[in-house]
Design a protein around this ligand. Sequence first.
Ligand code: HEM
Length: 474
Amino acid sequence: MGFYTRKLPPAAYLHFAITQMKQDFGLPDIFYLDLWPFGPCLLLLTSPDAAAIPTTANNFPMPDVVTNSFDGNVGTTFIEATNGPLWKYLMHQLTPGLNSTAVKTFSNSIIDYARALYDRLEQCAEIAQPVEIQHDPVYRFFGEKLSEQAYKDTAHMVDLMLTKNSVGALINPVTNWRWKQEMNECLWRLEGEIQARVNARHAELQEQQDKAANTRAPTLLDRMLLPRVQSQLPLDSSHMKLILENAKGFIIAGYGTTTATSTYIWMLLSTHLEVLRKLREEHDRAFDSDFERTFELLQENPSLIKSLHYTTTVIHETLRLFPIGMTARQAPPNLTMLEHKGVKYLLLKNHLLGIMTQSIHYDPEVFEDPKRFRPNRFLDGDQSVPRNAYRPFERGVRACIGQALAMDELKISLLMLARWFEFELVDHESAKEPLFAHTDLDTKLGKHAFQVHAFTAMPGGSVKMMIRLARLPK
Ligand code: HEM
């Protein structure tokens, strides 16, 4: 294993090494990997059917290592860190606020945000300045933007997590102490701002309970506050903690994932011009080649984005190549054996089930010619993809609850930007020879082809893209 991991940049996701090892040695669908003394003993599930065992065929709990990874930052009552009754309670409160009907009510704010992004890119294009494209699903929790400082603190927390996940980076006690200080400072400011908003909104809801209860699309914050207000229960410290930790979790889960995916889309489009051309053709057909007209049409009828089939496949294909990381589950305590294709796998108490999405997405027996960025493979919808094979949002009851929102955000931003801007990746140091045989994307995207581990996976190295106004055919 060391032979493969040594090639990777610091804090890189192990999935590149595991996928290559599996392919080189023809390892079976399920195999053990003992990371002692650096990590847990993993039972890796590397085929669609094997991955289905703890997720769709059963609902195995989130393991302690996931819960513990949220300790001291987001907090262990964030929905993703929970199991059992608390998870059920949070699901019940939060998921209706992110289902596809609720997400439709966000369309106008997503369009406004994409418009602001368009204006900013136009300015960057004029002064030829490299730019990073960010998304703002944070907004959906509170119904309003957070302060600039809150976004800076979130970004800094992501950097700090990246340092923490780089092997050996915090061995020095002084560096470790400084790291904790910085993390605590960010948390202190962010939590202060969130608490102030929660208290203000709680007071408002107490005053106008009836009006708030009839709101067609309450924000996630209102969904967590209203039942208490209606039952005249106080906003005690344990409920405040629950809201605070879930708000932080949504900021981190929503911000990093969508921004990283969007960054990969722009990188891939900048190196696959044929895909970009087809994407633009679809936008012209479904909307207009004029920006203001497209903007108007979108505002009048946001559900027109449903007709953007090719755009959807571009997002799916990007997420196939760059899933946000490994997911893990813990077998229930009474289960001592896992059976798959007639083979029995012994399960010890400390064994962690690792769902290897990246290995599945790059398996030539599952996806034809998996190295290639070929959005067309998704054009026939689910029929072209084997069951349980495509899992960037994970599957089963613990799948991502923000996926409808993420898809709409990405579609709208692609529609509003791809037609009018050219993106060029700079300072990416593209490789002459691929580092691993299962992917050659490092020959195009350089150091960014290897995802690194902050809270979720993101491109390695700071991504810089030059923006130019696109020369449009008459
Ligand atoms: C492209 C964007 C996104 C990707 C690829 C993504 C991916 C995922 C994945 C793979 C999981 C499962 C994690 C696991 O099983 O350990 C997950 C869970 C989750 N995601 Fe996302 N996500 C995205 C965007 C979002 C957004 C925008 C939000 C919120 C606004 C969000 C909120 C959540 C939450 C709360 C969970 C935990 C659900 C639970 O534990 O029951 N995600 N996401």
